[in-house]
Design a protein around this ligand. Structure first.
Ligand code: PRP
Ligand code: URA
Length: 208
């Protein structure tokens, strides 16, 4: 698990508890996903490159700093959308691409149905986001799609991951760093993360 960065913080662990609870309703669930994504970004961007700029305050001119990186957020539909919203609250200058993928419920294989990526992705730091890394099929496919668009600096950001999914990403994309806030025990026979939180898309959008 060399490429995995497990982000831990008391606030994150507290909110994750409510995210997992089955009583949490879709409105609360969406808020938690957004808040957790923003908290993750706070950690992920700790070492981001800055450039010096000169600005003028109401008092005088001064030197200050701004982020010196093109940032692209690429949510995997559907559940990644709400993570992207949380990240955009903190990094509004990021550009956003979308990749539509669902898991075939029988085979658990990823099925891609849509993609629209920002231009200049080859020079951007690209953050592929999805709350769940289960078998890793969807994430691996999405990373392949951004690589085909010539992205070079790619990160995968998820909330809950399974060891199986981490292994797959490390095998298929050893150049991609994974950020997660929980590495759970295993997958069950239906490919759901145990203990996990259930189906992220359904819980976000109230579809079950
Ligand atoms: C969920 C989740 C991931 C995928 C993870 O999406 O949001 O994209 O499953 O599973 P994997 O690691 O085994 O590929 P889902 O397929 O349910 O699609 P949906 O959000 O559109 O319902
Ligand atoms: N997709 C989800 O939404 N949840 C899981 O536990 C596995 C895949």
């Amino acid at each position: 698990m060399e490429n995995v960065n497990l982000i831990r913080h008391p606030l994150i662990q507290h909110k994750l508890t409510y995210l997992r609870k089955k009583e949490t309703n879709p409105k609360e669930f969406r808020e938690l996903v957004k808040e957790l994504s923003a908290l993750m970004v706070y950690e992920i961007f700790r070492d981001t490159k800055l450039k010096e700029v000169e600005i003028e305050t109401p008092i005088e001119k001064t030197k200050s700093y701004v982020i010196d990186e093109d940032i692209a957020i690429v949510p995997i539909l559907r559940a990644g959308i709400v993570m992207a919203e949380g990240i955009l609250d903190l990094i509004p200058q990021a550009r956003v691409g979308y990749i539509g993928i669902y898991r075939d419920p029988q085979t658990l294989e990823p099925v891609e149905y849509y993609s629209k990526l920002p231009t200049n992705i080859e020079n951007s730091s690209v953050f592929v986001v999805d709350p769940m890394l289960a078998t890793g099929g969807s994430a691996s496919k999405a990373i392949t799609v951004v690589k085909e668009a010539h992205a070079k600096k790619i990160f995968f950001v998820c909330l809950i991951s399974a060891p199986e999914g981490i292994k797959k990403i490390e095998l298929d994309h050893p150049d991609v760093k994974i950020y997660t806030i929980a590495i759970d025990e295993k997958l069950n026979s239906h490919g759901y993360i145990v203990p996990g939180l259930g189906d992220a898309g359904d819980r976000l959008f109230g579809t079950k």
